[in-house]
Every structure is written in structure tokens, then in C-alpha cells.
Design a protein around this ligand. Structure first.
Ligand code: OOG
Ligand code: NI
Length: 267
């Protein structure tokens, strides 16, 4: 069995290759003398019986992760869970799924047809969380999915891979607060997600978050065409202590709801 460090490292390399902008931001912080640790990694899927949250989570459970919180996003028709490792130096894993019983027949049928192309061997592989797109999808289908659910179109185009890594802001020195960090990232030329404000959440929520807007990257579709579409984003999370002195480790649904929009197409 692959060990956790190896898997997380492979996921990071895959994410950096696909999203050079995220890697550049990481490199800028490192050049500033910061040690960049990950608060969490997020994955996306559909709640199809073969591919729901558990199909991804089970590989992390084998490596010691334990289920903690659950979250619902009524409008986006999403449901999510987060997982923690006993060694809290390891990033939390946040896995969401689109609730297929709530979407249009078009999305449901399209997804069923995509899922039918996925061999069991991919789902059972210990690297399922970075398997990429295990089905064929045309540009036209992507565009039609995006009209109803940006989330559905993202998963259709990218399949299974980290949607974002998240900088643990508590562990930074110079950039230990989000206003300073956000200003710096924007001065370097990156666009932040402004939905719900640049900073989502407050100290009273025990979690403040900000994120870049995913830059567009070229994706090859199975009709032979290539299109620039939003890829993955980079997130920044600052946690505050609970009354017991321990940093809050959960997520905040009303903030996460806005963070999801970091893969929206920019006008
Ligand atoms: C997940 C969005 C939510 C957070 O930290 O609240 C999230 C996604 O975009 O897949 O990551
Ligand atoms: Ni996140």
C-alpha cells in the first residue's frame, strides 16, 4: 500500500502541473521565507452509487483518516464531509458530491453515461483521488452541463483530482492574517474570489478563508477540440481557537458555499 506522504506528494505534483498559477503562488511564499503547510485538500464527485463520497473517502480511511463533519449546500445541490488524520500535521480532506436526485434529467443521464465508462479498477485504485478524467466527454456536453451546474461541468472535464490545496495561514509568519495575505497575492497579479466578500467567515465562525479564482487552462475534449476553462484554485485558511484552546478544525457551510464559486468562469 502506498504511504500517505507519497500519495499527498503525488496529488500536489499533479495539481501543480495542471495549475501553474497555484504553484507560482506557493513559490512566492516560499521565496518570502515562509513554510507553506496545507490545511486541507478538496475533492469533488457525484453521488452516483459507484462514485459517491465514500468511494474516495475509503482510500483515505485506509491511511488513517476519520470522518468528522458534514455539510449541505441546498442551492448548489451539494453535500460534503470532511476527514481528519490523527496526525494533525496531515491536511484535512474535504469531499463534496453533487446530489443527482436533485438535478435535471439531462445532468443525471449525462452523469450516468459518464460513470458507466469508469472501470472498477480506477475506483479501487489507491490513487483514485488523482485518477483524472476516466471518461470521454465532448465540449458540447461540458458547455451544456455548465449552464445548469458549474460543479457538474468541472467534474465532467477534470474527473478525480484535487480541486484545491489550502495554505495553513496560522503557520505563516509574515502573512499570518488574511488582509495582509490577500493584498500581497493581489499585488502579485492574482484575482481573488470576491463572492460573499474577499474574506469568508469571521473569528466568531472560528474560520476565515479566501481563495484565488481558478485560472483558465486548456483542456482537450473528446471531440478533438481544446478549450480554455477554469481549472483549480488555491485557498488560504486561518483558524481560531475554541473555548478549550484547540483550533477549530471544521468547515463553515455558508463560507464554503462561496468558496465553491472559485471555479466559476470569470466574466
Ligand atoms: C470546495 C469548496 C469548499 C472550503 O474550504 O470551504 C471548501 C470545492 O470547491 O470543491 O473547500
Ligand atoms: Ni477549501
Amino acid at each position: 500500500m502506498m504511504n500517505l506522504d507519497t500519495l499527498l506528494q503525488k496529488m500536489w505534483v499533479d495539481y501543480c502541473q495542471l495549475n501553474p498559477a497555484a504553484k507560482r503562488i506557493y513559490d512566492i511564499f516560499t521565496a518570502e521565507g515562509e513554510t507553506v503547510l496545507n490545511d486541507h485538500i478538496a475533492l469533488r464527485t457525484f453521488n452516483h452509487p459507484r462514485l459517491g463520497i465514500e468511494s474516495l473517502a475509503k482510500h483515505f480511511k485506509k491511511l488513517g483518516y476519520v470522518e468528522k463533519g458534514e455539510y449541505t449546500f441546498v442551492e448548489k445541490k451539494l453535500y460534503a464531509k470532511h476527514y481528519e488524520h490523527p496526525n494533525m500535521d496531515n491536511p484535512k480532506i474535504f469531499i463534496s458530491e453533487l446530489e443527482l436526485e436533485k438535478v435535471s434529467p439531462f445532468i443525471r443521464e449525462t452523469v450516468n453515461q459518464l460513470v458507466a465508462q469508469v472501470p472498477d479498477s480506477v475506483i479501487e485504485s489507491e490513487t483514485f483521488a488523482m485518477a483524472g478524467r476516466p471518461w470521454k466527454v465532448n465540449w458540447e456536453t461540458y458547455a451544456k452541463l455548465a449552464e445548469e451546474s458549474e460543479y457538474a461541468s468541472w467534474v465532467a472535464a477534470y474527473g478525480f483530482r484535487p480541486n484545491h490545496f489550502t495554505v495553513n495561514v496560522n503557520k505563516l509568519n509574515k502573512f499570518n492574517d488574511l488582509p495582509t495575505l490577500n493584498k500581497f497575492v493581489q499585488e502579485k497579479g492574482y484575482t481573488l474570489n470576491k463572492s460573499g466578500g474577499e474574506i469568508k467567515g469571521t473569528k466568531a465562525d472560528y474560520l476565515e478563508q479566501s481563495s484565488t479564482m481558478a485560472s483558465e487552462i486548456p483542456v482537450k475534449f473528446d471531440d478533438g477540440s481544446t478549450h480554455n476553462i477554469p481549472g483549480c484554485y488555491y485557498e488560504f485558511a486561518k483558524r481560531y481557537p475554541l473555548d478549550n484552546g484547540q483550533l477549530y478544525q471544521g468547515f463553515v457551510a455558508k463560507s464554503a458555499d462561496k468558496i465553491f464559486e472559485s471555479t466559476n468562469k470569470q466574466k
